[in-house]
Design a protein around this ligand. Sequence first.
Ligand code: ZN
Length: 262
Amino acid sequence: MKKCRVLALLMILTVVGSFRAYQVLNPHLELSNREAVVTLVLYSDLPESQALSRQLERFRCDGVACVQTALSEVIENEFKRHTSGDTSLKVNVVEPKDNRLFRVDHSGTGWRRFRFAYKLYSEFSSRGASFFGSDVRIFVNISNYDPQSYVERSLGSANLRVGMVQWDVGDFQNIYMWNITKLVHEIGHTLGASDKYTSAAKSIFPGGYVEPELGEGSNQQFVEIMSGTRPSGGQEELEPKHYSELRFSRVSASEMGWVTQN
Ligand SMILES: [Zn+2]
């Protein structure tokens, strides 16, 4: 009798375990009619300062510019626009703890890859955040990056649906908007969308265009999220001024499994 119960428990654990593994490894996150949870774990090497609290205000939604609202609105509105369906995005924020940035060491292969995945999991659990309770996991490094030696290290992967974003400190609206753009861009990667810009930082046609029917090089009204800038009809591509300009192209929507490409 007791043996039976142990066996049943083992079977339940195996089924639940493989279901979890399937959810984690499946790149196409089912968003339709459900709440998806994005967890942002924040890190910062800034001293306790006004600069840091001004950034945290944006994650606490104390001020006018609120990170959670921007992310939820962009994803929910874009999902609606592409699929006519509804989804809801819940953004959890875990505030910085011990004055350090999150470091990505090479994920490698085999055992090292497993160890790296375990590291990601432990970073979450040590901060009281649930790795498996989140659909998308983003590590955000808040720092005063030197513009002279700036190297963009933000990244996102559909494998485990994890990403990292370099969040630059600054009071200018354009720096804040660029941080938001990177955040949505990396979330796009975790959902399966690929980059849509060239090495010369130009939007790739047609995938990097929200309105490709206007033609290559045309003045675009919206910024394709996986491109990050919008063609302006001239030489320069422009960064978004407000998150309402951020949209996924049909190509990106199809890569995320929202629509079938035709
Ligand atoms: Zn990218």
